[in-house]
Design a protein around this ligand. Structure first.
Ligand SMILES: Nc1nc2c(ncn2[C@@H]2O[C@H](COP(=O)(O)OP(=O)(O)O)[C@@H](O)[C@H]2O)c(=O)[nH]1
Ligand SMILES: Nc1ncnc2c1ncn2[C@@H]1O[C@H](COP(=O)(O)OP(=O)(O)O)[C@@H](O)[C@H]1O
Length: 225
């Protein structure tokens, strides 16, 4: 029988103490493989993670909301933010600029807030170089190149030219899969989501993140407690 905690030791959950720093959960994939879909499912089902809303110079797609899907900014405003070092990372993708605003994420992590990032491999590398211990990198693969093309076409948000560009780029994006900690094939969306959710749950329990538990564990180990 495992020893139960001494009744005098308050559990971290019961005291509401912060048990760990927040983590940075990165989802990347070639365009059309499903990272926006999986991100939305995670945000819907997990109240403890929120999305880092990126800035972009790309125009909004139908249905996208400024401030929710992206902060849509002009190129001049983006350049100013780069010059003023307001981004944690930024990159050019498909001829548009994308960047992760710094302020909110840095403050939130300290308070134990987990963040989800839908960013590309360039941004992932930059975040890993800066904040390695907080970062979890997940890469989604499509089940096949044909299915990727079907999804991009079926989404109905891009012209044939743009789709052709995204397909061209998909191969080079896939080549960066070895820069990630986890790789999940998005065949069945529900199965893919369950796997991603399990990765997040396991990463939250990493001992190295749970620095706030040190006091609690010491108390549990006290002789005669
Ligand atoms: N580095 C970086 N990449 C981003 C950021 N926001 C979005 N992206 C990536 O930019 C690429 C294009 O995004 P988008 O235009 O929304 O099209 P999508 O590929 O269909 O999701 C995707 O690979 C996104 O993950 C960001 O803040 N930084
Ligand atoms: N497992 C899946 N099976 C079938 N269609 C999918 C699956 N995952 C995503 N899709 C669809 O494929 C299209 C592209 O997905 P999306 O999440 O926008 O990709 P990304 O954000 O990686 O560009 C969307 O129309 C989405 O509904």
């Amino acid at each position: 029988m495992p020893k139960s905690a001494p009744s005098s030791a308050p559990s971290p959950a019961s005291t509401g103490t912060l048990t760990r720093r927040g983590l940075m959960f990165i989802l990347s994939s070639p365009s059309g493989a499903g990272k926006t879909t999986v991100s939305r499912m995670l945000l819907e089902h997990d109240p403890d993670i929120c999305i880092s809303v990126s800035c972009t110079t790309r125009p909004p797609r139908p249905g996208e909301i400024d401030g929710k899907d992206y902060h849509f900014v002009s190129r001049a405003e983006f350049d100013r933010m780069v010059a003023d070092e307001e981004f944690l990372e930024w990159a050019e993708v498909f001829g548009n600029c994308y960047g992760t605003p710094k302020a909110q994420v840095k403050a939130g992590l300290k308070e134990g807030q987990d963040y989800l990032f839908d960013i590309d491999w360039q941004g992932t590398q930059q975040l890993y170089q800066k904040l390695e211990r907080d970062v979890v990198r997940v890469f989604l693969l499509p089940p096949s190149i044909d299915e990727l093309r079907r999804r991009l076409t079926g989404r109905g948000t891009d012209s044939a030219d743009v789709i052709a560009g995204r397909m061209d780029r998909a191969r080079s994006e896939i080549s960066h899969w070895d820069g990630y900690d986890y790789v999940v094939v998005n065949d069945d969306i529900q199965a893919c989501f369950e796997k991603v959710k399990k990765i997040l749950e396991a990463e939250r329990l990493r001992r190295a993140r749970q620095t706030g538990l040190i006091g609690f564990v010491r108390e549990l180990m006290q002789p005669g407690g």
